[in-house]
Design a binder for this molecule. Structure first.
Ligand code: IMP
Ligand code: MG
Length: 179
């Protein structure tokens, strides 16, 4: 895998530090609340696993899996649920945990859908953000690191289902894309 990486953007230590800071902010803000972390598989599992351990107040977790309608082309963000949440959201302070916020279309749709299940509150936490790529009006309440408009892999993020297990985040060499 290493030889496919052009440049390391964020080291494991830097990511650890960023996640610890997000965890402390969330722990402070959600003190006394009914915190439920929800993430959409699969990209955010690594972040979720580290973030939950950086949170020092009681919290629960749940996961959902979705697939975009239509193949290939950029979708409208409309998704089909492959695996729904186990937990009924009523009464929970929901925090959506995302790996990376890009166009924001998928998450915007999911947020709308979960809002209709009457959680007590709903907020959004993303580790990485590409703000200039946004096509919908959606902003993270907790955002870790802004990233340049490049395709990054590692720490859960994939290219063709590969590189998720890299402990750091890097930019792929263009030749890996066949470019
Ligand atoms: P959005 O609906 O355009 O915001 O899509 C966000 C999703 O696209 C993320 O959850 C990732 O799965 C994927 N994605 C966007 N940018 C990258 C990247 O640089 N590397 C890996 N996956 C990415
Ligand atoms: Mg992906």
């Amino acid at each position: 895998m290493e030889q496919d990486i052009q440049e390391v953007l964020f080291s494991k230590e830097y990511l650890d530090q960023t996640v610890r800071e997000l965890g402390s902010r969330i722990s402070r803000d959600y003190e006394g609340k009914n915190l439920l972390l929800v993430s959409v598989l699969k990209g955010s599992v690594v972040f979720m696993a580290d973030l939950m351990r950086a949170i020092t107040i009681p919290c629960s977790i749940d996961f959902m899996a979705v697939s975009s309608y239509g193949a290939g082309v950029k979708t409208s963000g409309v998704v089909r649920i492959i695996k729904d949440l186990d937990i009924n959201l009523e009464g929970w302070d929901l925090l959506l945990v995302e790996d990376i916020l890009d166009s924001g279309m998928t998450l915007s749709y999911i947020r709308e859908m979960l809002q209709q299940r009457n959680p007590k509150s709903i907020k959004l936490c993303t580790l990485f953000d590409k703000p200039e790529r946004r096509t919908v009006d959606l902003n993270a309440d907790y955002s870790g690191l802004n990233v340049p408009n490049e395709f990054i892999v590692g720490y859960g993020l994939d290219y063709n289902e590969k590189y998720r297990n890299l402990p750091y985040v890097g930019i792929l060499k263009p030749e890996v894309y066949g470019g």
